[in-house]
Design a protein around this ligand. Structure first.
Ligand code: SAM
Length: 254
């Protein structure tokens, strides 16, 4: 018998826990992003969640804005399965799309032609420069004039600020009580190891591995690459509007 919603909700809750374990300001960042949305848009709007994972940002947005609708895009079949199973469609307001952001034609997979806001959390650091610039160019076409873009992610300090990079590292050690840096990721590794053993998810790992093999190793684009891409794509106000050390929110207005 196929697993029911409670099965997927358990995986979804465990996802939340492991993401929070390495990003202690994750919830504050979600709240700050949704405050920016509320301050910028009318009650009824269409949102695009880029690199949605199982839908943490989409779910918070749809709970907070009951007249909004949202498209969650990811290319990992495992997290899409968890998200679809745990959140469903929010009464038709949530659409799931399996697409690789920044690949040629990704935007044609979208169920709507125009969006009011595009958001992303902890995802765009996975894109290499070329797909990232293509993603921004295409977003320039998908977002209506006056629409906004919000990227909550690691926004590394520029190479001219090694002092701030070291400071960020020291603060992380304070937070993790001196634990080795790689131990922050233990929860993330445990989630993936356990998911692979779930008979409902195991078959999806074959396709996941195929897609990941085409994936670069954590390219971590610089803040100036993001800013350049957004300006080239026709975004006007482009700036960091919230920060906790290297964890920030980059805002841009179309
Ligand atoms: C750390 S997770 C964050 C998920 C979610 N936004 C959150 O905050 O919980 C990063 C997500 O980005 C997705 N991702 C990375 N590169 C992508 C790409 N090129 N196209 C689509 N999704 C991508 C991964 O599959 C993963 O689900």
């Amino acid at each position: 018998m196929a697993a029911g919603p409670s099965h997927w909700k358990r995986w979804y809750r465990r996802w939340e826990t492991q993401q929070e374990s390495f990003n202690p300001t994750r919830e504050a960042r979600f709240t700050a992003m949704l405050d920016l949305v509320q301050a910028s848009l009318p009650a009824r709007f269409t949102a695009l969640d880029l690199g949605s994972g199982p839908g943490a940002l989409s779910a918070r947005l749809l709970h907070r804005f009951p007249k909004a609708r949202c498209v969650a895009v990811d290319y990992d079949p495992v997290v899409l399965r968890v998200g679809r199973g745990a959140l469903g469609t929010f009464g038709g307001r949530l659409h799931w799309v399996d697409a690789r952001l920044g690949s040629p034609g990704w935007e044609r997979e979208m169920p709507f032609r125009r969006f009011d806001v595009a958001l992303s959390t902890t995802a765009l650091h996975w894109l290499e420069r070329r797909p990232l610039l293509r993603l921004y160019r295409d977003l320039g076409g998908l977002l209506r004039r006056g629409g906004i873009f919000l990227n909550g992610d690691r926004l590394p300090w520029s190479p001219e600020r090694p002092d701030l990079a070291r400071l960020s590292e020291r603060v992380r050690r304070v937070h993790f009580r001196g634990a080795r840096v790689d131990s922050e990721w233990a929860g993330w590794h445990r989630w993936w190891a356990a998911a692979e053993k779930d008979p409902e998810l195991a078959p999806l790992f074959v396709e996941r591995a195929r897609r990941q093999s085409q994936h670069p190793e954590h390219p971590d684009p610089s803040l100036s690459t993001h800013v350049l891409g957004l300006r080239r794509a026709g975004f006007a106000t482009v700036d960091v509007v919230w920060r906790h050390l290297e964890n920030g929110i980059l805002y841009a207005r179309r």
